[in-house]
Ligand binder design. Structure first.
Ligand SMILES: [Ca+2]
Length: 189
């Protein structure tokens, strides 16, 4: 007998197939702007980020609450905007969402005006991930895979906070995605 739980679990598989299609079909429409003179491959960046953050959508349905944005956290204490968003949405405002785990606060700062849980949907989150990467990562001078991963994980590649393990893992995902694309293979599982 197929249970409701079986149906829910099968949805995870569909989500990953959907993610593969989403990246392949929309990354050009939404134009991730790679700076001139660097050879970063946009589709591989987006796919590698999904591998890194959610095992390519397998855990994309999980939102993760960041303590620094919760009541009493560093960013909560330091920002009236973060406190106001917390007042509206509670811990949902302090969470990251989607297969790319974009922070709600980061999307809000870029103009996202829906409730945080709408970022659960990869189709909605994708546009804001692209905007975030353009404005906060690539246009800030990240021109290598290492800088890209550093900036996405720690906010900037220009400071002394260097998430070494994250960067190493991302670089491996990226190299694999580039190889798959060059071989004409899907970047998903
Ligand atoms: Ca950094």
């Amino acid at each position: 007998m197929v249970t409701r739980l079986d149906i829910l679990l099968s949805e995870r598989g569909k989500r990953r197939t959907d993610l593969e299609t989403l990246i392949r079909q929309r990354y050009l429409d939404l134009a991730l702007h790679i700076p001139g003179g660097c050879d970063l491959e946009p589709q591989a960046l987006l796919a590698a980020l999904a591998w890194q953050e959610s095992t390519f959508g397998l855990h994309g349905g999980q939102s993760r609450v960041e303590r620094a944005y919760c009541r009493g956290g560093t960013y909560y204490d330091g920002s009236s905007e973060v406190r106001d968003l917390w007042a509206c949405y509670g811990s949902c405002a302090a969470a990251s969402w989607s297969s790319w785990q974009i922070l709600y606060v980061a999307a809000f700062e870029l103009g996202f005006d829906l409730p945080p849980w709408r970022l659960f949907d990869d189709h909605i989150a994708f546009e804001w991930v692209i905007r975030y990467l353009d404005k906060r990562v690539l246009s800030k001078g990240a021109t290598t895979v290492e800088d890209f991963a550093d900036a996405y994980n720690s906010g900037t590649h220009r400071d002394s906070i260097v998430p070494v393990d994250y960067i190493k893992s991302f670089a491996q995902h990226y190299a694999r995605c580039v190889a798959l694309l060059q071989a004409g293979q899907p970047v998903g599982p």
